[in-house]
Write a protein that binds this ligand. Structure first.
Ligand SMILES: *Cc1c(COP(=O)(O)O)cnc(C)c1O
Length: 357
């Protein structure tokens, strides 16, 4: 069998949740498990997060999967509903809604639910993606509070630049959120992972960590272990070919990479068809037998080459780690000119998943 696997360490997720509790001791935790728990497996991860106060997903499809999987934790739909026909299920499955525009309020007005639902009003503090304009929130709050389909009402916002500790935008967004919501004595939420780590003033009643739960750092230039987090995924494969190439020989599509000296090349059984990024720099890091070796030539769909060096003692069948405790995914993300989010979310269905303790 092809040896390409993602091993998910559930104990790392539990450790990271404990770390978050220490970092935001006054806040409850809404653990973000959208996009298949950032590629780690929705239901198994949700079950490992039984100690979280709530779970957050992007859409009702993800919430249905959780309820069908036996998960009873409160669930928030971060983008609310897309269509009115979702509303009966929202009530039936006991989901909480984020409401971010008048269109969603109109849907709720026109389709009263059997049971009232808990709602989070989203305030746009100039990220300019979703949410009600900050100066309209008082009026919106009053109107939504009166709807018979709404029970508890809460307030939230989202930060554009919390990953950049040098940016002044987070403070500006925070000040605006505080000033327009001060008159409402309801629960509030603002912090994603970056804000949990770098902006304690943003923690409010609920924090909403995603990436850091899985052990990775959202802060520019940092790695999860620097925040005492443990990476939850090991993406690994094996060498399935080892060969010598002479000086001047090329390797891979486009004959793009050439050996500067005689060297040993290993072929690893993983490629962009598994979610490994194609657009990595030559010499992107790969872990083989306790050391980091560089990629040689282009990543193909099912495999790529690494330069093992002339003195290599590596053999067919040796284990290779693409990212995991041995090699932080943040480092691979830098070499691929992307962020760790896209790498862990992008692992494809061809990769076999194992959930360890
Ligand atoms: C995805 C998301 C989060 C989590 O963000 P991370 O950067 O992964 O911590 C928090 N809040 C909202 C509204 C989100 O969409």
């Amino acid at each position: 069998m092809r040896p390409t696997k993602a091993i998910i360490h559930r104990s790392a997720i539990q450790h990271n949740l404990e770390q978050i509790k220490k970092m935001a001791p006054q806040s409850r935790i809404m653990a973000v498990v959208k996009a298949d728990a950032y590629g780690h497996g929705l239901v198994p991860i949700a079950k490992s997060l039984a100690a979280a106060d709530a779970l957050a997903v992007a859409c009702i499809e993800e919430a249905i999967e959780l309820r069908n999987g036996g998960v009873t934790t409160p669930i928030i739909l971060l983008e609310g509903i897309f269509e009115s026909n979702e509303l009966p299920l929202v009530a039936q499955l006991d989901l909480q809604l984020v409401i971010h525009n008048q269109h969603q309020i109109d849907l709720l007005k026109a389709n009263p639910t059997d049971k009232p639902i808990e709602v989070w009003l989203k305030v746009d503090t100039h990220m300019n993606r979703l949410g009600f304009a900050a100066d309209s929130i008082a009026e919106v709050f009053e109107s939504v509070q009166q709807l018979p389909s709404v029970s508890v009402l809460r307030l939230m916002t989202h930060f554009a630049c919390a990953d950049d500790v040098a940016s002044s935008m987070t403070q500006q967004q925070l000040d605006l959120f505080k000033s327009v919501t001060a008159e409402f004595d309801v629960e509030k939420s603002a912090a994603n992972s970056a804000a949990v780590l770098a902006w304690p003033e943003t923690h409010f009643d609920w924090v909403r960590p995603g990436l850091m739960l899985y052990g990775y750092s959202p802060l520019l230039g940092k790695e999860g272990h620097e925040h005492k987090l443990l990476p939850a995924m090991t993406l690994e494969s094996k060498l399935f070919e080892v060969k010598t190439v002479e000086k001047g020989e090329s390797v891979g599509y486009g004959a793009h990479w050439r050996a500067e000296h005689k060297t040993t090349i290993g072929i690893v059984a993983i490629g962009y068809g598994d979610g490994y990024p194609r657009h990595v720099e030559n010499d992107a890091p790969v872990w083989v037998n306790g050391r980091i070796v560089p990629i040689a030539g282009r990543v193909s769909m099912d495999m790529f080459a690494v330069n093992l060096g002339e003195d290599s003692k590596d053999s067919i069948g040796d284990r290779v780690v693409l990212w995991g405790p041995e090699l932080p995914v943040e480092r691979v993300a830098l070499a691929a000119n992307t962020i760790p989010y896209t790498l862990v979310c992008g692992v494809t269905a061809r990769v076999k998943y194992h959930w360890s303790e």
